[in-house]
Design a protein around this ligand. Structure first.
Ligand SMILES: NC(=O)c1ccc[n+]([C@@H]2O[C@H](COP(=O)([O-])OP(=O)(O)OC[C@H]3O[C@@H](n4cnc5c(N)ncnc54)[C@H](OP(=O)(O)O)[C@@H]3O)[C@@H](O)[C@H]2O)c1
Length: 141
């Protein structure tokens, strides 16, 4: 199959890329920094950003399925990286993926979240909400 993987340079995404290539799939990795990926004959790289719909659309074109493991907005990690937190990364990023999938009549999506995509905010323990406000964003997935 032809797979596009969003978040391909992350902890989960790198495992997905490795496993997909090992299983003989043609993989397109979507990355802000293509240099973070190791070359492979069945690996194509699309440079882009989840907040730029045109780059997301370019990666989704001509694929059979989409895997999404974007993230990195955990409060502790953001503090350590000294990068500004990306507000609503999962909500905006996943929405851009879905728009692109509709455009190419694609229906296969596997999307990793940190909490169930259902339910109410109150189902999330209070302390976890305080530590990880982005859970509200991830519920948008
Ligand atoms: N790891 C866990 O134990 C765990 C458990 C449960 C759920 N989750 C959830 O699973 C998801 C992935 O977790 P992870 O640990 O694999 O995360 P991660 O290592 O931080 O990787 C996040 C990925 O998202 C990419 N990304 C971030 N912002 C982007 C943007 N604006 N445009 C394009 N790509 C962007 C990162 O690219 P860069 O390399 O350019 O930063 C990276 O490839 C998260 O939503 C997380 O909450 C993780």
């Amino acid at each position: 199959m032809k797979l596009v993987i969003f978040g391909a340079t992350g902890a989960t995404g790198q495992c997905l890329v490795e496993l997909a290539l090992a299983q003989g799939h043609d993989v397109t990795a979507f990355a802000r920094n293509p240099l973070a990926l190791t070359e492979h004959e069945h690996l194509s790289i699309v440079r882009g950003d989840m907040f730029r719909p045109a780059s997301v659309e370019a990666a989704v074109a001509n694929q059979d399925a989409v895997l999404c493991a974007i993230g990195g907005h955990d409060r502790l990690r953001v503090a350590l990286s000294k990068q500004p937190r990306q507000k609503a990364l999962c909500t905006v990023g996943t929405s851009n993926i879905l728009d692109a999938m509709k455009q190419y009549s694609l229906s296969r999506l596997i999307c990793l979240s940190a909490w169930g995509g259902w339910g109410e905010q109150r189902a999330i323990p209070f302390l976890l909400q305080a530590y990880h406000p982005s859970l509200a964003d991830e519920r948008g997935v």
